[in-house]
Unconditional design. Structure first.
Length: 352
């Protein structure tokens, strides 16, 4: 839809929201609405007021929803809790569960300037080499800041169960793999061997922290100088083991020559971005974390990635998702590449 074309807005009554907005934010009409891409299947719009101030409004998709899916309150309470901290997030404006305003709950937040880093092609003209180095530093510092916060200090102690995070993840994703085998028509003995090994060697977890679950350059907004201006997409965030969260980000921080588990044109492989070792050293210095078990957590995350990709592949094979525009063969190849990486990391685990 084009900006201001309110006839194509779905999920919100524009007149109702326009009349309500000035009661929660310093804005004035007339307002223009523009559908924003991404955000999974949630309905997300940019609202611009008469003076140019921009807000973002977000609600679940229309239709029947799973009980715990698309939890707007969960997302909002996280950004509301983190707003006063060193973790950059969008400004929380208002959460509402009033059926006079909308058929489902929704929230409004401030618009953050910057650009997420999806591909090298997009990032190359946006960040010069100096800004890329700063982007890597800011990325690591932001995750370190998140993992340094006691959830109780920001009202997030009840966000999830903090202990036993890896054990629960192993159970969940192993169940996903085994359930998907008949539809994918593919099994791999390494999945079962790695599951047993990881289950037997899981390190003792330290204090639970807020874990983002998908903390990568694609879920952060960066300024043209490379500073993180906001962390996005808190939909799967919970409490858990911060080292598992960190290891996911380390794996996703692609270097030149890495196998293509994370796509064909990763932005962090461009010249100027810090190395993976730089990222690890910076996080260790900022948090004081003991990273002696990092190989375990990286192995776990590569194994988990394989299980996730296997489930997606199974849905394509079962005809549950359209394959239009999707390279299903490459998706299948990424399952194997993820397991290759897991096996490589397994060889580095200290099992003494």
């Amino acid at each position: 839809m084009s900006a201001g074309d309110v006839s194509t807005v779905v999920g919100f009554d524009v007149d109702t929201i326009d009349a309500w907005l000035p009661s929660v934010a310093e804005v004035e009409g007339p307002f223009t609405w523009e559908r924003l891409p991404g955000g999974h299947s949630n309905l997300t719009y940019l609202i611009t007021d008469a003076s140019g101030r921009e807000l973002v409004i977000r609600r679940p998709p229309q239709g029947e929803l799973l009980p715990k899916a698309h939890d707007m309150w969960r997302e909002y309470r996280i950004i509301d809790g983190l707003w006063p901290t060193d973790v950059p997030v969008a400004e929380p404006i208002s959460y509402q569960d009033d059926r006079a305003l909308c058929e489902v709950h929704f929230y409004v937040m401030g618009k953050v300037e910057g650009q997420a880093l999806y591909s090298g092609e997009e990032v190359a003209p946006y960040l010069d080499e100096q800004a890329r180095r700063r982007a890597g530093e800011s990325f690591g510092d932001t995750l370190a800041a998140l993992h340094s916060i006691d959830p109780a200090d920001v009202g997030l102690a009840e966000l999830g169960r903090p202990d036993g995070y890896v054990a629960r993840q192993l159970k969940t994703w192993y169940g996903s793999w085994t359930a998907s085998v008949p539809y994918a028509e593919h099994d791999d003995p390494r999945v079962h061997e790695l599951h047993d090994m990881l289950s037997a060697t899981t390190p003792e977890q330290g204090p639970g922290r807020v874990v983002h679950g998908d903390f990568g350059p694609h879920n952060c907004m960066f300024s043209p100088t490379g500073d993180v201006t906001a962390v996005l997409d808190w939909e799967i965030a919970t409490l858990g083991d911060p080292l598992a969260d960190f290891a996911y980000s380390v794996n996703a921080w692609v270097e030149p020559g890495d196998a293509g588990v994370y796509g064909a044109d990763p932005p962090t492989a461009l010249p100027g971005f810090p190395s993976r070792d730089d990222l690890i050293a910076r996080y260790e210095a900022a948090t004081g974390a003991d990273l002696s078990d990092l190989a375990f957590y990286r192995c776990f995350n590569s194994w988990k990635t394989a299980c996730i990709l296997h489930g997606v592949y199974a849905r394509y094979r079962a005809g549950q998702k359209s394959t239009e525009g999707v390279d299903v063969d490459m998706l299948f190849a990424r399952i194997g590449l993820s397991l290759d990486a897991a096996v490589e990391r397994a060889g580095e685990i200290d099992r003494g």
